[in-house]
Ligand binder design. Structure first.
Ligand SMILES: Cc1cc2nc3c(=O)[nH]c(=O)nc-3n(C[C@H](O)[C@H](O)[C@H](O)COP(=O)(O)O)c2cc1C
Length: 230
C-alpha cells in the first residue's frame, strides 16, 4: 500500500515538473507571439502612412466614446519640443456647434455667404466641418517657434490612430481664420478653450462612405523630393 502511495506521489511530482517545464517552454515560445501584435501594428501603421488618403464623405454612423478616447490618447502621447505639449483639444460631436462654425467660415469667405446654387451644384461637394461625426479642434500656444509644429504632430498622430481603427479622416486648417478672427472670444467660450491658445487645425473623423467617389490627389515621386547623401 505504501509502495502504491509512493508511486502515486512520484507520478504527481513528474506530472507537476513536466507541466511546469511545458509551461515554461510555452512562455519562451509565447515571447515571439507576444511580439507579433506589435510587429503587426507597426506593419499596419506603415500601410496606413504609405497609402491612406483624405476622406471624401462620411456616413452618419456614430463613433464610440472608447474609440474617441483612444484617438485622443495618441494625440496626448505625441512628441513635442522640450516635452512642452503645447496643445489643447476640444472634441465636438454636436452638429449645431459645427454648423455655427461652418456658417462663420462661409460668411468670412471671399464674396461672403454660401456659394451660389449654380456653382454649388457643378462643383463636387467637399467634406467640411458640418459633415464630421467627430471634430477635434486642435489649439496651440505660441510660446516657442515649435508649438504649431508640435500641434501638427499631435494632429497627425490622432489621424493615424483613427485610420488604424478603420475610420476616415480629414485635416482642415481653413476654420482657423474664423476661429482666430474677430469672434475668437465667442468661439473660445463655445469650445472651452483655455487662455492663450489659438486654433491650429481641426481633425474631422467619421466612418468612410464607401459609395462616395475618392478624391485622392497624386504625390511627388521620391526622385523629385528626396536626395540620398551617401
Ligand atoms: C495642415 C493641413 C491643412 C489642410 N487644410 C485643408 C482645408 O482647409 N480644406 C480642405 O479641403 N482640405 C485641407 N487639407 C487636406 C488636404 O487638402 C489634403 O490632405 C491633400 O490635398 C491631399 O489629399 P488626398 O489625401 O486626398 O490625396 C489640409 C491638410 C493639411 C495637412
Amino acid at each position: 500500500m505504501k509502495k502504491i502511495a509512493k508511486l502515486i506521489a512520484l507520478a504527481l511530482c513528474f506530472a507537476l515538473l513536466f507541466g511546469c517545464a511545458n509551461a515554461n517552454s510555452k512562455n519562451t515560445t509565447s515571447q515571439p507571439e507576444s511580439q507579433t501584435p506589435a510587429a503587426a501594428t507597426s506593419q499596419s501603421a506603415l500601410d496606413i502612412l504609405t497609402t491612406a488618403k483624405t476622406a471624401t464623405m462620411f456616413t452618419s454612423e456614430p463613433i464610440s466614446e472608447d474609440h474617441i478616447k483612444q484617438i485622443l490618447s495618441a494625440g496626448l502621447n505625441a512628441p513635442s519640443a522640450r516635452n512642452s505639449q503645447p496643445w489643447h483639444f476640444s472634441v465636438v460631436t454636436n452638429k449645431d456647434v459645427l454648423n455655427q462654425i461652418a456658417d462663420a467660415m462661409s460668411a468670412g469667405a471671399p464674396g461672403g455667404g454660401p456659394a451660389p446654387s449654380s456653382q454649388a451644384s457643378s462643383a463636387p461637394k467637399k467634406l467640411g466641418l458640418s459633415d464630421a461625426t467627430v471634430a477635434i479642434f486642435v489649439y496651440g500656444t505660441n510660446n516657442m517657434p515649435t508649438d504649431s509644429f508640435d500641434c501638427g504632430l499631435a494632429t497627425e498622430a490622432m489621424s493615424v490612430a483613427a485610420l488604424s481603427l478603420g475610420y476616415g479622416t480629414k485635416i482642415l486648417s481653413s476654420p482657423s481664420i474664423a476661429l482666430n478672427g474677430d469672434k475668437k472670444a465667442d468661439f473660445d467660450k463655445l469650445l472651452q478653450i483655455p487662455e492663450g491658445y489659438s486654433n491650429v487645425a481641426v481633425l474631422l473623423i467619421g466612418h468612410n462612405d464607401l459609395d462616395a467617389a475618392t478624391g485622392a490627389s497624386t504625390r511627388n515621386s521620391m526622385e523629385e523630393k528626396v536626395k540620398f547623401i551617401k
